[in-house]
Design a binder for this molecule. Structure first.
Ligand code: AMP
Ligand code: GLY
Length: 438
């Protein structure tokens, strides 16, 4: 059996690693990762494929008789990779370009939620800066300004002063640079509360909720500093009680999947809802993502005990109602090691030390995994090759423990063995879950 994972981050490393592991319970599969990173290259069952153009990927999938493809990040979905693979008669897990608009267009997502009664913050959409400025003055602060299109995590400004709000409007609508991210903006009411993520698999009609998880988006200790893609995560998320879980499924997930079907565009793939739980216990959707979260995927997949290949096969045949997922009862916690200068201008090319000696020092490899994100191999190490930083988030160290504290201790113990110049690592991943338990 041959499988293909699209992407190059720690999420894709985790997806491919889990698929390969699952295949051992049946017949060992080769899992290709396109394009992958230095970490996927090192794994014995994974093979990097240095291809990113969709037509080339299709040709490869055909030639190699790939059983199915899983798409990691949003960019290829936005490009229409699922539509293209399906037209070529190839199996692929992910939403079509149209369905992916839930993530790729804030305006589409907000209007969709309105049509289907999904709770979200009040908003208005603008393409004229003058009107947007007047709206900001009328509404006051705090207020949230969002670029309509994909903006790699830089498209949202939570403005606490009018100056910031007006500057964000100008930056997103006034200057040419931001126009690439979309000439429209959404201005949204500021919602207070606790932010959580909720991720499901969907077969177009039925959904299978994955284990709960929560990430830490800010760069610095205590959830301070700039927003990032995520500096760490843990699973389960203790704030998602069974009651809240049911409410999210009823009020957000099922209406979204039903809504897409009603609109003629069945949603197949991972669906990620970014939610704010208000002090009164209400839910507001902040965003949808049409993929797994990163680093949420790393902690979720470390806990998955069911066969991941079987789950995806069920999703691809519309049978997710006939299967349940089983999870390790322990907590998984992941710490991200980011490059110097991340998120604004990450530096590349710093040599990473300590990776090769880890397995000997920590033989209980089943209880942790070091997922690579922005890494590459370069000539010059002891064996003629060394691993260097090649992106913003460099590594993601995920570990299991009997409770959050133990998972945390273990993840930091392992992360402490790895070094590169300028490494940024938050020291407090999981503190909210620990406080929650108190
Ligand atoms: P988004 O990409 O829409 O999730 O926004 C990025 C971050 O901005 C979120 O993770 C929240 O922390 C924050 N955010 C987005 N929308 C709102 C809102 N309406 N009220 C408060 N914070 C928000
Ligand atoms: N960790 C948040 C995301 O993947 O969007």
């Amino acid at each position: 059996m041959k499988l293909l994972v699209i992407g190059s981050g720690a999420r894709e490393h985790a997806l491919a690693w889990k698929l390969a592991e699952s295949s051992h319970k049946r017949f060992p599969a080769t899992v290709f990762v396109a394009p992958g990173n230095a970490g996927t290259e090192l794994e014995k069952d994974l093979k990097n494929l240095p291809i990113t153009a969709i037509p080339d990927l299709i040709e490869f999938a055909r030639k190699e008789s790939i059983a199915f493809t899983v798409v990691g990040p949003e960019a290829p979905l936005a490009e229409g990779i699922v539509d293209a693979f399906r037209s070529a008669g190839l199996k692929i897990f992910g939403p079509t370009q149209k369905a992916a608009q839930l993530e790729t267009s804030k305006d589409f997502a907000k209007a969709f939620m309105g049509r289907h009664g999904i709770p979200t913050a009040d908003y208005a959409t603008f393409n004229s800066a003058a009107k947007a400025h007047r709206y900001v003055d009328k509404k006051g602060v705090p207020i949230v300004i969002k670029a309509d299109g994909l903006a790699a995590g830089k498209g949202v400004v939570v403005a606490v002063t009018l100056e910031e709000a007006h500057a964000a409007v100008d930056r997103m609508l006034g200057e040419k640079r931001a126009r690439k991210a979309g000439p429209k903006i959404v201005i949204e009411e500021f919602v207070e509360g606790e932010e959580i993520s909720f991720i499901v698999m969907s077969d177009g009609r039925h959904t299978l909720p994955l284990a709960t998880s929560q990430d830490h988006k800010r760069l610095e200790e205590g959830d301070q500093g700039p927003n990032t893609g995520g500096m760490g995560a843990y699973s389960p998320a203790p704030s998602i009680t069974p009651t809240l879980h049911g409410k999210i499924m009823r009020e957000v997930i099922q209406p979204a999947i039903n809504g897409m079907e009603k609109e003629g565009e069945r949603y197949i793939g991972f669906l990620y809802a970014g939610l704010m739980i208000t002090p009164g216990g209400g839910i507001k959707v902040l965003e949808f993502n049409c993929r797994m979260g990163d680093p949420e995927a790393e902690v979720i997949l470390l806990r998955l005990k069911s066969n991941f290949i079987t789950l995806i096969e069920h999703a691809l045949t519309g049978n997710l109602d006939k299967i349940e997922a089983e999870w390790d009862r322990r907590t998984a916690l992941a710490v991200v090691l980011a490059a110097s200068g991340y998120p604004d201008s990450p530096r590349k090319g710093d040599a990473i030390q300590g990776l090769a000696t880890l397995p000997a020092m920590l033989p209980e490899e089943k209880d942790y995994h070091v997922f690579h994100a922005g890494t590459a191999t370069a000539g010059g190490g002891e064996n003629g090759e060394e691993i260097v930083t090649a992106g913003g988030r460099v590594l993601c160290v995920a570990a299991l423990g009997d409770n959050v504290r133990m998972a945390q201790r273990r993840a930091y113990q392992i992360a402490g063995q790895i070094h590169f110049e300028g490494c940024q690592m938050r020291p407090d991943i999981g503190y909210r879950a620990i406080n929650h338990r108190k």
